[in-house]
Design a binder for this molecule. Sequence first.
Ligand code: AMP
Length: 607
Amino acid sequence: MEYVIGIDLGTTNSCVAVVQNGVPTVLPNRQGYKTTPSMIAMTESKKRLVGHLAKRQSITNAEFTVYAAKRFIGRKWNSEQVRQIVKTTPYRVVEGPHGDVRIELRDRSYAVPEISAMVLAEMKAIAEEYVGQEVQKAVITVPAYFNDNQRQATKDAGTIAGLDVIRIINEPTAAALAYGFGRRFDKQIAVYDLGGGTFDISVLEMSSDGVFKVISTAGDTFLGGEDWDNRVIDWLVEGFSAEHGIDLRSDRMALQRLKDAAEKAKIELSGQRETEVNLPFIITSGRNEALHLQRVMTRADFERLTADLVQRTIDIVSETLDDAGIGKEEIEDVVLVGGMTRVPSVERAVAQLFGREPSKGVHPDEVVALGAAIQGAALVERGNKMILLDVTPHTLGVMVAGGMFEPLIPQNTTVPTSRTRTFTTSRDNQTAVKILVMQGENERAQDNELLGEFILDGLRKANAGSVEIDVTFEINADGIVSVTAKDLETQRDQTIIVAATSGLTKDEIRSMIDEGRRHAVDRKVGEEFEARKQETEQIIIEIEQLFAPVERVVGQSDFGRDALTRARGVVDRARQAILAKDQQQLKEHADSLSRTLRMFKGVVARM
Ligand code: AMP
């Protein structure tokens, strides 16, 4: 039995699903969770950590922990978006050899697809453990609004992870597939997808004969939960600065703790009306005093700080409906996707816009992976009648004289599709033509995304007049663009040289695959030790933060001094066990450490 796994490669979390005996199922990871943080880390001993293990140590190893790498995928180093995110990332981002983005982690720099590949390899491993056999084929989802570079880079990530990516599908489309699975109806629905880093809106037509047709799609690949988190961070940083005159952003570790606390506050405010952010010992003052951050945030505060972000998504939805000539009342159901749709003000705004309560039937975190698995099964299953007709989210075109953009395939055209255009050489003796292929909606070519420079080389020299060349631009079902050219007179196909503008060369991908394989072998080794080590380190940090206040309270008595010495001994022994990588010892020290922490907390509570 051949399985095709469906992977939702999210900005914040990723999820994997498979169809088994006709039932789509989300697969739990080793920790028992159905979603895995899209985070990877490199420890001091150059050990690679993925998912929960990476997340748990992110505060103490902020510089070498990568989160939200999806925001960089397929983007160029010199783009405005990259410039913006780099400002707030605690890990080091540098320019790569193709004007691409690289992330530096201890020993070397990694391409973004390589980082995503580590997450994908983890999802592959989760699936293999569950189904009990090797899995190779996968369907990976991307935001509908991803351009060709971003899709290609995601596909490369799959290849590096040892996967055969049989299809890239759009997240909202996947959600619609899961929503419509096993039901037969003719309906027009909207999928509102707000995740950790991206926003998408899609309108689809589902018919009872199994055809899913995307009518229109739009979005913003730079609008998501992280922006909401950043508003909370700004609010905390400004409040702290007003009180203490210290900028918390100057401290990497403080920033990482703030990031965690901001996301936690946001999530809590989905369920309760107020939440307290409490970060003891966040930074030390100029006079070497430990300072604490403690502030209550109400849901009303939060909604005020983020109202414009909610409105931005609503504006995009309204525009999309207008462009497609669809009235709000024609939408018969609204499916919410992405963790951020749990935010009450987001849900309220969507309900208000459409004049109806969104559908509650699907799980926003799991629905995309389920849809990908459903599509995967349909692609390999003989006799499956399900048909998915997606659209291209951006206009594809070329640069023409005067730096203008000439559209060839308009936005929202059903894919796969192709268009052919005839180019002519203009000068005598001209033997090459350079074509700049772009995606975007702007009239000026330079404002659109450059996909590649195609050089038609070795043309015949035209003795009189010019040579005509037919160039065919094709967008396949993955939304990926390719270009072929033909000399009309000789009917000879032309070789096209693609100058990489970003992304990776074939050789680079090949060597990354090899490296990924090597890593897969030792993946399991020491994972349990790592988990225990992280727990221990966390306790040690907490104990150490309390040494000073505890000493102030009990340091004057013999009994107190004795207790402090013993506590130091416990911490030292645990540290030695970590250094010696002695799992048994670590286990034995765990109890003493917990007791010490409880005792310290007890002392501080009575202060
Ligand atoms: P996704 O990319 O779909 O996994 O969505 C992740 C985003 O949803 C992150 O920004 C999370 O902080 C956010 N999120 C998850 N659960 C909740 C919740 N209960 N309330 C608010 N935001 C949430």
